[in-house]
Design a protein around this ligand. Structure first.
Ligand SMILES: [Zn+2]
Ligand SMILES: [Zn+2]
Length: 175
């Protein structure tokens, strides 16, 4: 995948570490509403977003902090047929409890000082949702398996030769 240029507006995944410390001392059921508005974001080595927007709610419960969010993201990936760079809009529905008890088998927990790291959660949600991969367009023609030509932009003669092996051997002979 193409990495974004260094002078890009991409921000680091550390912005997804949210301080929920102020909720720890508050009563059960206390909620806090905020929103994500990032123009471009690097979530992890294998996940880059062109944008991430949407409301986020954190609620204090007996067991931890419940995070609920409805996010719109533009996932940057490569087309699985032709490997061109594509940005796919996805909607992510999050409802996850970050527990206080780190000894439990819960996947997500409240870190020291009441910090919640949403990057692993976001990554899991997006990669599960899009495990089948992206196409640059529904009718992407893909790459020639023989010479690597991108059939969306160019043609090659490999397919013709494959149809008639005698012609291929003749061509080899002539070379
Ligand atoms: Zn494609
Ligand atoms: Zn070819």
């Amino acid at each position: 995948m193409d990495k974004p240029p260094h002078d890009s507006p991409y921000v680091h995944s550390r912005v997804l570490k949210i301080n929920a410390g102020f909720l720890l001392g508050s009563g059960l059921g206390t909620t806090n509403d905020s929103r994500f508005d990032f123009p471009a974001l690097i979530v992890s080595d294998d996940l880059i977003l062109e944008h991430l927007h949407g409301p986020l709610r954190m609620s204090r419960t007996t067991e931890g902090i419940l995070v609920q969010a409805q996010l719109e993201a533009g996932v940057v990936d490569e087309c699985y047929r032709c490997l061109d760079r594509v940005t796919k809009p996805v909607t992510i529905q999050i409802e996850e409890l970050f527990t206080f008890d780190t000894t439990r088998t819960s996947e997500f927990s409240v870190l020291e000082d009441g910090v919640l790291d949403l990057a692993p959660l976001l990554r899991a949600e997006i990669l599960i949702e899009n495990a089948r991969g992206f196409l640059c367009r529904p009718d992407c023609k893909g790459l020639c398996p023989t010479c690597g030509t991108n059939w969306n932009y160019n043609t090659c003669t490999c397919a013709d030769e494959a149809v008639d092996p005698r012609l291929a051997s003749l061509r080899k002979f002539l070379e």
